[in-house]
Design a protein around this ligand. Structure first.
Ligand code: NAD
Length: 369
């Protein structure tokens, strides 16, 4: 009997239920090639959970995720639920799941597949071969620090948020980043604003203090304003970037655009024990939902990250990434990545899925780009 891995599958709303079957089928095939049997169980999250169970994150979904080896999620939200009060919205389901599972490390790769070099807003020479990993702290910093709010002071309103990190929070995200850099090109750039913000000066001190434990990794530091500039000036200078919640939020979106399309961007959110939630960066795309137009590749690449980081099956991850590269090299494009006049073949979600399976099943689909 082969090894079994259990994945909680949460398709969610909009295009989520369209891209998820493609990703699950590809994941199943990639794992089979490694002698691993994939067991999946579906759960509700977001708008569909509100409709069926009265809230965006039913207890059964939380139990299902806690009992799985990892979670693969599509997207949540849509116009149908936008009028609901903030606390009852679909997005609260996702936030609740992230905090409930203590997913403090957000990994956002910016990897440019060679056939898509023209899709970037930068010149192909600047981005071809781009492979950056941004490690963003996800559960602390200014998005969560207290005190926060809008207060009355001397007869006027004052808005307050607090940039706050404790040493242990900095240390645990830095260790994730050092470990990842050690498995890649062994360069880690820590991004802060230590010249202005004391909290980020502490960040710099704590990260620097760990460097001697990772002698194989070359650590550098950069102020966030310069990092933004360098990402668009010469992005290939970076390997792994580690930073706090707010700076990571902004820089990961900048890095994302270097690769061209939302439909290509995966992400992982990890807990201390390696447990992870994997999801495409894009939302539920209500404007194209139900039309077989969604690009499933971001979800497939999220499944590849799941293999690499939670299942410790780098061969399956490479097979999935290789299959994505193969279908792009065949010229297949969903509408979001089909630049005009390029002699490419426009395909829908399902046809892209079939091509991926064919690439995975042929020996050509075995190598990463
Ligand atoms: P979106 O990412 O859903 O869509 C932005 C644009 O990109 C749209 O034109 C859409 O058609 C296109 N797009 C996105 N993914 C695509 C794909 N895979 N293939 C082809 N085209 C794709 O962002 P939005 O329109 O701002 O938000 C729509 C809904 O999604 C909202 O309810 C929002 O709250 C929610 N949302 C959810 C998540 C999540 O689940 N993590 C993230 C962002 C937004």
């Amino acid at each position: 009997m082969s090894e079994v891995r259990k994945i909680a599958v949460l398709p969610g709303d909009g295009i989520g239920p369209e891209v998820m079957p493609v990703a699950v089928a590809a994941l199943r095939t990639a794992l089979q090639r490694q002698g691993v049997y994939l067991e999946t169980e579906e759960g509700l999250i977001g708008g569909c959970a509100i409709d069926a169970a009265g809230g965006p994150l039913p207890a059964e979904t939380q139990e299902l995720c806690a009992a799985a080896d990892a979670v693969l999620l599509g997207a949540v939200g849509g116009p149908k639920w936008e009028a609901l009060p903030m606390q009852q919205r679909p997005e609260k389901g996702l936030l609740g799941l992230r905090s409930g599972l203590q997913l403090f490390a957000n990994l956002r790769p910016a990897l440019l597949f060679a056939p898509l070099a023209d899709a970037s807003s930068l010149k192909p020479a600047l981005v071809s071969g781009l492979d950056i990993l941004i490690v963003r702290e996800l559960t602390g910093g200014i998005y969560f620090g207290e005190p926060r709010g809008v207060f009355l002071e001397n007869n006027e309103r004052v808005g307050v948020n607090t940039y706050r990190y404790s040493e242990h929070e900095i240390e645990r995200i830095a260790r994730v980043a050092f470990d990842l850099a050690g498995k890649r090109r062994r360069r880690l750039c820590s991004v802060d604003k230590a010249n202005v913000l004391e909290a980020t000066d502490l960040w710099r001190q704590v990260v620097s203090g760990l460097a001697s434990e990772y002698p194989e990794v070359a650590l550098s530091h950069m102020y966030v304003d310069n990092a933004g500039m360098q990402l668009v000036r010469a992005p290939k200078q970076f390997d792994v970037i580690v930073t706090g919640n707010m700076f990571g939020d902004i820089l990961s979106d900048v890095a994302a655009m270097l690769t061209g399309s939302l439909g290509m961007l995966p992400s992982a959110s990890l807990a201390a024990d390696g447990f992870g939630l994997y999801e495409p960066v894009h939302g539920s795309a209500p404007d194209i939902a139900g039309q077989d137009r969604a690009n499933p590749l971001a979800t497939v690449l999220s499944a590849a990250m799941l293999c690499r980081y939670s299942l410790n099956l780098p061969g399956a991850a490479a097979a999935l990434e290789g299959a994505v590269d193969a279908v792009l090299r065949q010229g297949l494009r969903t509408a979001d990545i089909a630049a005009e006049g390029q002699g490419v073949e426009l395909v829908g979600t399902q046809a892209m899925g079939e091509a991926l399976l064919a690439a995975l099943e042929s020996s050509a689909g075995g190598e990463a780009p």
